[in-house]
Design a protein around this ligand. Structure first.
Ligand SMILES: [Zn+2]
Length: 368
């Protein structure tokens, strides 16, 4: 899959420097619509700033229709304490990665933008939803404004921003692909033709297997027929074949107007889930998958990104939840992908086409 790559053009706006004289400085203007391609990373440890040789300082990115607001002096404090937690200055943290930071006026309001590791991150104070290259990611906590400067919860920096900046983990070469549901556990039902989710997930898995094998993966499917398997059986299966990656495939259901793609991984310890579907959300629990927080998220972000690029579907974001048993027990990077809404009239029609299910398979495979 070739990323959508609209070449940047250059124009001049006042410098975002502290100097009193507004010196013109070139600013990159990207014309691409989201989502844009997430560059593959080195997968190195995200905790420390990059070692020598130093990364090139990031250039400002201002999209069409946006205005760069006057630059402020750097915030005094790298961290602040609030609400019993540590919060990290986005601007100062970004500097460690040779990032560029600016406040941008958009039609809908002001965003705080960090450009680092060739990616554009947009934040809005108090909102858990951020974008990375235009793709939606749900943080655990809404960032705070402290004396006009944006601070991100330390856990979000550790579990979301740092992993994104450091790219893909080393994933090994053994994938378990889990076609959701099976037999009496039929899953949701298509509003278009009354077919069950379990049929579509199996077809998606069968299409994905050869694509991954061609890329050198050993691939195990949790089921190849209309088979019943409990969620714990699916975890045990992955243990038995020593899977290095686990990907569960599903389709979604909600109100008829809801549509788009979602990718899930497990909530890190201490972070509230994006939603609970009525389940308890014990934030301080340590789940078996928590040691893979960073790599699961790196995998989720890249799979989600490739799916959006391949399938051209509405983006409903990369999300964290605690209740999904099939991924929370996994001792390896594990994600669950929802490939569209069978409750949506247009989308259920789409999911019924082989062409769309092939795109879903290509999307997942191209991220791995
Ligand atoms: Zn399902």
């Amino acid at each position: 899959m070739t990323p959508r790559n609209h070449g940047p053009i250059t124009y001049r706006v006042p410098a975002a420097k502290k100097s009193a004289v507004a010196k013109p400085q070139p600013v990159r203007v990207a014309t691409a619509k989201p989502p844009r391609y997430l560059p593959p990373g080195t997968g190195t440890a995200p905790t420390a700033p990059p070692a020598r040789p130093k990364a090139q300082p990031a250039q400002p990115i201002i999209l069409q229709g946006e205005k760069l607001m006057p630059a402020q002096a750097l915030p005094k404090d790298y961290t602040v304490k609030a609400a019993d937690a540590e919060w990290i200055s986005l601007e100062r943290w970004g500097k460690l990665y040779e990032g560029w930071f600016g406040r941008i006026q958009q039609r809908s309001g002001t965003v705080h933008r960090l450009v680092a590791a060739n990616m554009r991150f947009d934040f809005t104070p108090r909102q858990r939803l951020i974008t990375c290259q235009g793709m939606q990611i749900w943080l655990g906590f809404g960032p705070r404004l402290v004396k006009g400067h944006l601070y991100v919860h330390a856990l979000d920096v550790q579990k979301h921003l740092a992993p994104l900046i450091s790219g893909m983990p080393t994933l090994g070469r053994v994938a378990v692909i889990d076609a959701g549901h099976g037999k009496d556990n039929k899953g949701t039902r298509s509003i278009f033709n009354k077919k069950y989710e379990k049929e579509y997930t199996l077809d998606w898995a069968m299409r994905l297997k050869p694509l991954l094998e061609r890329k050198g993966w050993r691939v195990y499917l949790t089921r190849v027929t209309d088979d019943s398997l409990s969620l714990t059986d699916r975890v045990k299966f992955a243990d038995r074949v020593h899977a290095s990656v686990f990907i569960s495939l599903h389709f979604n259901a909600a109100a008829a107007k809801v549509s788009g793609l979602e990718t899930y991984c497990i909530s890190p310890t201490g972070m509230p889930s994006h939603f609970t579907r009525g389940n308890p959300d014990p934030v301080s629990t340590k789940l078996p998958n928590n040691p893979w927080d960073a790599s699961s998220f790196q995998l989720a972000a890249r799979v989600h990104n490739q799916l959006l690029l391949t399938c051209k579907m509405p983006d409903r974001g990369v999300r964290r939840v605690r209740f999904m048993s099939v991924i929370k027990g996994q001792k390896r990077p594990a994600i669950l992908v929802e490939g569209g809404y069978l409750s949506n009239p247009t989308e259920s029609r789409k999911v019924d086409t082989a062409a769309y299910r092939q795109k879903l398979a290509v999307g997942v495979a191209s991220a791995l």
